[in-house]
Design a binder for this molecule. Structure first.
Ligand SMILES: N=CN[C@@H](CCC(=O)O)C(=O)O
Ligand SMILES: [Zn+2]
Length: 416
């Protein structure tokens, strides 16, 4: 199938010159084209050519880009979208002064969602996840990572991963399932951490590998969750089983998670709201992608990760909503982009790299998507904006008009 995407406004290519990621200063360069068209064959970008030459191409289908701003499809690289229940009561508790960690210590927090997920059937979880994926697609997201981590038992973690895998098979976008059985210790293992670690390492990880239910293994390395030694143990086994690795770390305390992520060549370290200069340097001098989550800082009302320092020292930075019911009940990807500008002082160009190619790197897909370069998947977000500054300026307004995955229109906003 030969498709021509004709008549775009600016094309923001996020060109990497084949490098497939953008660290530090290069994050700001976007390589913007005007008066060009994109030629697609079988879902892959075959050429990006001046309009004058595009007129000669005989395509099976023409997509009119309606003078919209064309970006690579966004990559939402860190979500906990598969959950049941809600934690509005905890939101109110926090408004009257209780901290997120205090609520967790009293048996709420992640465990509260675990209780809801354990009560929910597979079918109910399937039903709950559908509109969340649809909402992300309407924002121009063409690749979405979803973690387990609210089951925390053999049966319920597998149930959640099966739900996520249902959408990996049956949705129009790329879904990346991540196993986060090490999200926190469930109540039944509160006083027997060794047994829960055994369940993860000896039963869950081998089953998940055998049934191909997850691409990544993630751990929450934090005082209230898994310490660096426990993280190391899980990563050692996960790596042995050929899982790729990610790490929630430095959200509230710096306890050595970054060193463990480096030791095991993890793809990313996520959160980093509490981080010292030495740790920033270690990330900047490594292959790790730093996934920053401004929605968490906004929702929990505490400090933002030091994006500026990381980028200035040459780190590869990505952005995500961290959509979940407890620390970032915000599924608005574009709000994250505005927060990154306002609160983390990232430039518009840096924000585009952080939500496309660098986010693709965090999920290990940067060699096939994340930028508009010949040979990559034809994934695009078409926005009603003249340039990228309008995306971060229009807070609370979804400017995405059309989402294209592998050359196919999968979302088009109804016009009144
Ligand atoms: N920090 C750990 N996990 C999630 C929060 C999960 C929850 O509160 O339900 C996060 O990334 O913020
Ligand atoms: Zn998270």
């Amino acid at each position: 199938m030969k498709i021509l995407l004709k008549n775009p406004g600016q094309i923001v290519t996020v060109n990497t010159s084949g490098r497939n990621f953008k660290p530090g200063k290069s994050m700001n360069d976007q390589d913007i084209l005007t008066n060009h068209s994109i030629y697609i064959e079988n879902g892959i970008i075959k050429d990006i050519l001046p309009n004058s030459s595009a007129n000669r191409i005989k395509a099976d289908e023409i997509i009119d880009a309606e003078n919209l701003l064309v970006l690579p499809g966004f990559v939402e690289c860190h979500t906990h979208s598969a959950f049941a229940g809600n934690r509005s009561n905890e939101f109110l508790m926090r408004l009257s002064g209780k901290s997120y960690e205090e609520i967790a210590e009293e048996g709420g927090g992640i465990i509260s969602t675990v209780n809801s997920v354990r009560q929910a059937s597979y079918d109910e979880l399937i039903r709950l996840l559908a509109p969340r994926i649809k909402n992300f697609i309407s924002q121009g997201i063409t690749t979405l990572e979803i973690k387990s981590g609210y089951g925390l038992s053999y049966y319920d973690e597998i149930k959640l991963l099966q739900v996520i895998n249902y959408y990996k098979k049956n949705s129009q976008i790329d879904i990346i399932p991540t196993f986060l059985g090490a999200h926190t210790y469930p109540p039944e293992y509160k006083n027997d951490h060794k047994e829960y670690l055994k369940l993860i390492v000896e039963e869950l990880l081998p089953y998940i590998r055998k049934n191909n239910l997850a691409e990544f293994t993630d751990v929450f390395c934090e005082k209230t969750a898994f310490n660096p030694e426990e993280t190391d143990l899980i990563f050692t086994k996960a790596k042995e089983l050929r899982f790729k690795l990610r790490l929630h770390t430095n959200q509230f305390h710096s306890i050595g998670g970054i060193e463990v992520a480096l030791k095991h060549s993890a793809h990313s370290v996520d959160h980093l709201e509490v981080i010292n200069d030495g740790e920033i340097e270690k990330i900047a001098n490594s292959e790790l992608t730093a996934v920053l989550l401004p929605g968490v800082s906004f929702f929990l009302d505490y400090n933002y990760a030091p994006a500026r320092k990381l980028i200035d020292l040459n780190a590869t930075v990505a952005l995500s909503t961290d959509f979940n019911p407890g620390s970032s009940h915000i599924a608005d990807f574009h709000l994250m982009m505005s927060l990154a500008a306002l609160k983390m002082k990232m430039t518009a160009g840096e924000i585009i790299s952080a939500t496309t190619i660098n986010a693709a790197k965090a999920v290990g897909m940067n060699n096939i998507l994340g930028s508009i370069e010949i040979g990559k998947q034809a994934d695009f977000a078409l926005m009603n904006a003249k340039d990228i500054s309008e995306i971060i300026y229009n807070i609370g307004n979804n400017l995405n008009v059309m989402t294209i995955k592998k050359g196919k229109i999968i979302y088009k906003r109804e016009t009144e």
